[in-house]
Each structure stands twice: as C-alpha cells, then as structure tokens.
Design a protein around this ligand. Structure first.
Ligand SMILES: NC(=O)c1ccc[n+]([C@@H]2O[C@H](COP(=O)([O-])OP(=O)(O)OC[C@H]3O[C@@H](n4cnc5c(N)ncnc54)[C@H](OP(=O)(O)O)[C@@H]3O)[C@@H](O)[C@H]2O)c1
Length: 339
C-alpha cells in the first residue's frame, strides 16, 4: 500500500520550522513474525519529541531520530494486520510510532491498548485522556496538591498539558494564573479555560505583574517551560511551595540560540520548596485511575477538552512548528484517517 510519511529533512536549529520536514511517498512492506500493521488515525504533536531531533540526542526512551526517516511521535491507530499473537486485528493502540499513514509495530516498541469505554472522541486519547492530560493530573494530584485558597501558576498554560492542568487546579479549589505568549491567548485562558488571570510572559514588566497578581506568593508552580521563566517565578515562590516539573520547552530549542536557566535556585532552599520531575509514561499502572477521573470531570462539565486539529498526515511538520511558535490552543493533533 502507498504510505505517505513526513521525514526529518534536516536537524532543526532552535525552534523547528516547517522546512525541517519533508513529505515523501513510500510503500508498506509485508510483515514479519512478531510485527503488526497499524492504520494511523490521529498523530499527536508533543513538544518533548523535539529533544530526539538533535544529532547527539538519544536515550533509553528513543534513539536520536535519523535524517530521512519518518519522524517519531505518539499515534492512535487501528491494527489492520497482525503477525503478533499479543496484538489483535481491530484493536486500537496508542503507540510511539511515526508521522505516516501506516506504521509497523515491532516487538519491544512502546504501545498500550486503548479501550474507548467512555465513548469519547478517539483523539481525546492523545490529549485530555492521553499523555498530556494525564501529565496535568499526575503533576497536580501527586506533587502540586493545591488546597482551596492556594495560588497556582501554570506555564504554557494554553497548551495541551497546561490547558488541562489549569482546569484541574480550579477543580481542586485554587486560584489559578496562566502564563502564555500573547495577550489574545491570555484572554482565552480566562474566557475558555476558567483561569482567574492570564499573564503574557513576554511582557517587559513580567515580575511586577506576577507580584501584583500573587501578593502572597505562588504556592504551586506547574512548570512546562523551565529556563528563565522559572527564574522569574522563583522570585515569587511561597514558603513550602510545590513545583511539579513537567517539562522544559524553553530548553528544547535553546542549545544554539542560547537560553539560560535559573540562577536563583537557592530560593528552593530558602523557601523550603519541593521541585519534583515526573514522567507520565512511567506510571502505566495508574492510567486507568487517571483516565477514569478525567473522563468523570469531562462528563460533569468541570473539564473541557480543547483541541487544535490539523487534517492530513502531510500537515505534521507544519503543526509541530506551529506549536513551538505558540499557535496552538489546547492539544495539537493531526487527523490522518477516519476509523
Ligand atoms: N512529564 C511528562 O510526562 C510530560 C508529558 C507530556 C508533555 N510534557 C511536557 O509538557 C510541556 C508541554 O508540552 P505539550 O506537548 O503539551 O505542548 P503544548 O503546551 O501544547 O505546546 C507548547 C507550548 O509552549 C509554549 N512555548 C513554546 N516555546 C516556549 C518558550 N521558549 N518559552 C515559553 N513557552 C513556550 C507555546 O505557547 P505560548 O503561546 O504560551 O508561548 C506552545 O503552545 C512540554 O515541556 C512537554 O515536554 C511532559
């Protein structure tokens, strides 16, 4: 079968651009024992995958992405052929595969079976019920633990993780402030996601604005960004605060363009702050708990799913670059095919 793929054409310098990627036509090849063929329905754009696009990257999760090969990403797809006794034809998988119409699952690849028990749109399994939504859940429930009356600040507040984290913090009774990269997005944080305040982190007087809106300091900082924004936040951190450290999007593109990190980490000591990193995909056994709670909040209307949808596999490179330019509101996802 014809298989349209989006490959890594050149290694991005700093923030990815659409021309770092190229669309190519290939063909699927017959399966070998142990493999399964997946028809990709949705492809998730995840900022963290930028980390494996550099030549000297690669770790136990993924090797550095090779040039000329389909870009790795999280997909939701349907198994259409299988020579693996553990993967049935017809089942839905969330898997770490590639930006293409059809992917082969090999033995040892990371995948989980998806049961759409709540009868929600399938794309939600990459967003609000997927890695990003569950990151909002684990970060706040396990680490942030906001109490009613606490002040919570969320960075990349309108993105896939941030949009869910902000809403969960509201559900938990906190006063919630979102940081985003444009005034228009800040308005949407308040009007569409229920944040109490939206602050444009690019403002010259950012520190003053934070002081004005957090007069008693920040009790929980849900951090998706790291870098110099974290440094500014630490100037206003409250005694005993918690920082669920979810990601560092400012660092992913900083190697060549310069970036910098906090020079005031002693604030963690002086204010007795807990900063804890976490990886959602290391908590597989708790996915049912997280999904069930998120689905319940969706059903009650307390939580709303926001998606920034693109159509056609060829859009993956554009969608990924748009995300680093802050063009997405909610989960950036590409619809590849109907189920
Ligand atoms: N720990 C985990 O298990 C886990 C799982 C999933 C994701 N994550 C992390 O969560 C974070 C968000 O990822 P996502 O996939 O949900 O992406 P996202 O938030 O939907 O998109 C990234 C957002 O980051 C903002 N941004 C981009 N460059 C920035 C910069 N230099 N400084 C400040 N903000 C910047 C942009 O919004 P603005 O308009 O506001 O600039 C953009 O919309 C990432 O750090 C990711 O690695 C962690």
């Amino acid at each position: 079968m014809k298989n349209t793929q989006v490959v890594l054409a050149q290694r991005p310098e700093g923030a990815p651009k659409a021309n770092d990627f190229a669309v190519v036509e290939t063909e699927t090849v017959p399966l070998e024992d142990g493999q399964a063929l997946v028809k990709n329905l949705y492809i998730s754009l995840d900022a963290g995958f930028r980390n494996w696009m550099d030549e000297d990257s690669g770790d136990e999760v993924l090797p550095a992405m090779p040039l000329g090969k389909a870009v790795m990403g999280l997909i939701l797809g349907e198994v259409i052929e299988s020579r693996n006794s553990g993967i049935e034809v017809g089942c839905l998988l969330m898997a770490r595969l590639a930006w293409e119409e059809f992917s082969v699952v090999n033995e040892g690849d990371w995948w989980v079976e998806v049961d759409n028990e709540h009868q929600l749109p399938l794309s939600y399994h990459l967003g609000v019920l997927g890695d990003t939504g569950m990151s909002g859940y684990f970060g706040l429930v396990d680490i942030g633990q906001p109490k009613p009356g606490d002040t919570v600040v969320v960075s990349a507040a309108g993105g896939a993780v941030g949009s869910v984290a902000g809403q969960i913090a509201k559900i938990m009774g906190a006063r919630v402030i979102g940081l985003a990269g444009s005034d228009e997005k800040c308005q949407r944080l308040v009007n569409e996601l229920g944040y109490d305040v939206g602050i444009n982190y690019k403002a010259d007087n950012l520190s003053e604005l934070i002081a004005q809106h957090c007069p008693d300091g920040i009790d929980v900082y849900f951090d998706n960004v790291g870098g110099l924004l974290l440094e500014t936040i630490l100037e206003h951190i409250a005694h005993g605060a918690r920082i669920p450290f979810c990601g560092a999007v400012a660092d992913y593109t900083a190697q060549k363009s310069g970036g910098g990190g906090p020079s005031n980490l002693f604030q963690l000591v002086a204010q007795c702050v807990t900063l804890q990193g976490f990886m959602t995909h290391f908590q597989l056994e708790r996915y049912p708990e997280a999904r069930s709670q998120l689905a319940q909040w969706l059903a009650s209307g307390e939580l709303k799913a926001h998606e920034h949808m693109y159509h056609g596999v060829d859009q993956c490179g554009i969608a990924f670059s748009d995300m680093f330019a802050g063009k997405n509101f909610g989960k950036a996802v590409v619809k590849v095919a109907a189920s």
